[in-house]
Design a protein around this ligand. Structure first.
Ligand SMILES: *Cc1c(COP(=O)(O)O)cnc(C)c1O
Length: 363
């Protein structure tokens, strides 16, 4: 990252690499019998994929989106098995998967055709994905026997594992969870699968009695609570990302003053207003409403008015704060789960949305 950003723009994310170790230990304690596939797609949920792979080197394997990620990780020296959760590939590309120890997820007829066209070479370990109720990628369970036979009779196919994905794991009382787990068990009993995997982060917290062989955890490893309405401290997880900025201006303003674009907010009383060097151009959510928490000098103060590209505004009230003081937009002192909830989104979208101009520092 450029020195210019470091010197002149205060907005940055701090990645706490030790927090990854802590969070991985939490996952292991929840599912001590299972292996952990650390999901580091979308640039490690915006935290930096290579950094995450380094910090999570004690994970058993990694899960990524497709070949681009997998290639980056191999170039970075990562030698663990890699699962490609949703890649599309030609037969020629697929031909190299065995040597690279890339483990594709097979969920569509078009992939079966690519496998059929393979000639001799290293065996490719694969996952078959079934749709037990997510309504996204996967074969219906009643197709499994046919898909399995077709792949099993292919000499290029090595081990075959089975996965499915829960639609409502973040609401553990939702009846679809148990239904999906039961459907998955029925499918598992039909053939001898190498590995079975159903749980994401929320599932690992809510259904650790159904961990099977491998859990696929992303969010919890970044120190974010996966269950609706919970915060990281509940598990307890440690947030990996701290999104920080500084105060650019502190002004005494009078009751009745409008604040920001659209004059959507008007001060109710005389107060001190802080203007912060962060906005949607950095990945702060534009839809965060008045009242979204911002942490300054030991106090939580409310965002007021609209989020701009480079700036947000807070009501400092009586908080002792001056130009240059640090601000925590989200992080340990200001839960990202709360900011996301206020902004009508999920923490995943916030961390993935950090823009390239924001410098990433590591501790
Ligand atoms: C992203 C993803 C995961 C990880 O989900 P988290 O909620 O971040 O733990 C697991 N499985 C699949 C198929 C995914 O796409």
């Amino acid at each position: 990252m450029s020195i210019v950003q470091q010197q002149f723009r205060a907005t940055h994310v701090v990645i706490d690499t030790r927090a990854y170790h802590h969070n991985l230990a939490v996952v292991r304690s929840l599912v001590p019998e299972a292996r952990v596939m650390a999901i580091i797609k979308s640039d490690g949920y915006g935290h930096g994929m290579e950094l995450a792979a380094d910090a999570l080197r004690e994970a058993d394997e990694f899960g990524v989106t497709c070949q681009d990620d997998a290639e980056r990780l191999r170039q970075h020296g990562v030698s663990k098995p890699l699962t490609l959760l949703s890649g599309r590939y030609s037969t020629a590309q697929l031909n190299q998967f065995g040597d690279r120890r890339w483990r594709p997820v097979v969920y569509d007829e078009s992939q079966l055709a690519a496998f059929d066209s393979l000639e001799g070479g290293t065996a490719i370990d694969i996952w078959i994905k079934i749709d037990t109720g997510m309504g996204r990628l996967g074969f219906y369970p009643d197709k499994l026997a046919e898909v399995y036979q077709r792949l099993r009779s292919n000499p290029r196919v090595g081990s075959i594992s089975l996965m499915t994905h829960l639609a409502n794991a973040d609401y553990s009382e939702h009846p679809s969870n148990r239904y999906q787990i039961e459907r998955f068990k029925e499918c598992l009993s039909q053939h001898a699968f190498a590995d079975a995997s159903i749980l994401n982060s929320a599932g690992t917290v809510g259904f650790h009695d159904s961990a099977f062989d491998i859990v696929r955890t992303g969010l919890v490893l970044y120190g974010i609570a996966p269950q609706a309405g919970e915060h990281a401290t509940a598990l307890p997880l440690k947030p990996v990302m701290q999104f920080r900025s500084q105060l650019l201006s502190v002004r005494a303003m009078s009751a009745g003053s409008p604040i920001g674009y659209g004059s959507t907010y008007t001060l109710e009383a005389d107060t001190r207003v802080g203007i912060i060097a962060a906005g949607y151009g950095d990945g702060y959510p534009r839809h965060a409403p008045t009242g979204t928490p911002v942490y300054i000098n030991g106090h939580t103060v409310p965002l007021i008015g609209r989020v701009s590209m480079d700036l947000i505004t807070v009501d400092l009230g009586t908080v002792d704060a001056k130009v240059g003081d640090d601000v925590i937009l989200w992080g340990t002192e200001n839960p990202i789960e709360l900011v996301a909830e206020k902004a009508g989104t999920i923490a995943y979208e916030l961390t993935c949305g950090i823009t390239p101009r924001v410098e990433r520092l590591t501790i």
